[in-house]
Design a binder for this molecule. Structure first.
Ligand SMILES: Cc1cc2nc3c(=O)[nH]c(=O)nc-3n(C[C@H](O)[C@H](O)[C@H](O)COP(=O)(O)O)c2cc1C
Length: 173
């Protein structure tokens, strides 16, 4: 299952494609696609199925577009792998609410060290879980290799979006 943002216009009714190429409209399609994906996940899990969202669908978007023969004005945003689970993994510890839910303001003072208790929880989880045990932590993941400047195919996402006719507006300073 792949969710695709698609923007179509109706030339028969004399409509031009006006704003369809803007980032605004792309984000509207993205909102819908992500909500549809979450609904699919909820429905699948309610039937006892297991789901892995696949952000990796964007690892090489041009290739996916070619393989799936996707037309202009579409873009693959998320894959869903749905199947019959053969394991019952423990629930991964979630970030405490105070780090992810805020009222009316975004706290700018959160330091890596504030996450040390959660880090310890995640490290213990990785160490003791049934499958794919490893030595790792949350801060290692978010402040580790991801921050190094290195080229990946994912850096081509904007180029491919433009090639698809999406997000081509410059915006206003
Ligand atoms: C938006 C989103 C995208 C994801 N993309 C992938 C993916 O491409 N491949 C994958 O194996 N898991 C993907 N996942 C699943 C999580 O990364 C999953 O929790 C992860 O595999 C857990 O790994 P860990 O427990 O070893 O850290 C994604 C989850 C989300 C919410």
């Amino acid at each position: 299952m792949i969710f695709i943002v698609t923007n179509k216009y109706d030339s028969k009714r004399g409509k031009d494609d006006g704003r369809l190429h803007t980032a605004d409209i792309f984000f509207q399609g993205l909102d819908d696609a992500i909500m549809a994906a979450q609904n699919m996940i909820t429905a699948a899990e309610s039937m006892g199925l297991g789901v892995v969202p696949l952000g990796s669908i964007k690892n090489d978007p041009q290739k996916i577009i070619e393989v799936l023969n996707l037309p202009k004005m579409t873009f693959p945003v998320l894959g869903l792998q749905i199947g019959i689970p053969d394991q019952e993994p423990q629930l991964k510890p979630r970030l405490p609410l105070k780090f992810i839910a805020f009222d009316n303001d975004y706290p700018k003072e959160i330091k890596l060290s504030d996450l040390s208790d959660y880090d310890q929880e995640v490290t213990t989880y990785y160490d003791l879980r049934d499958a794919n045990r490893r030595i790792d932590s949350f801060t290692n993941q978010i402040a580790g290799a991801k921050l190094d400047r290195h080229y990946t195919k994912r850096d081509e996402i904007m180029k491919v979006l433009h090639r698809q006719g999406l997000c081509t507006d410059e915006g206003i300073d």
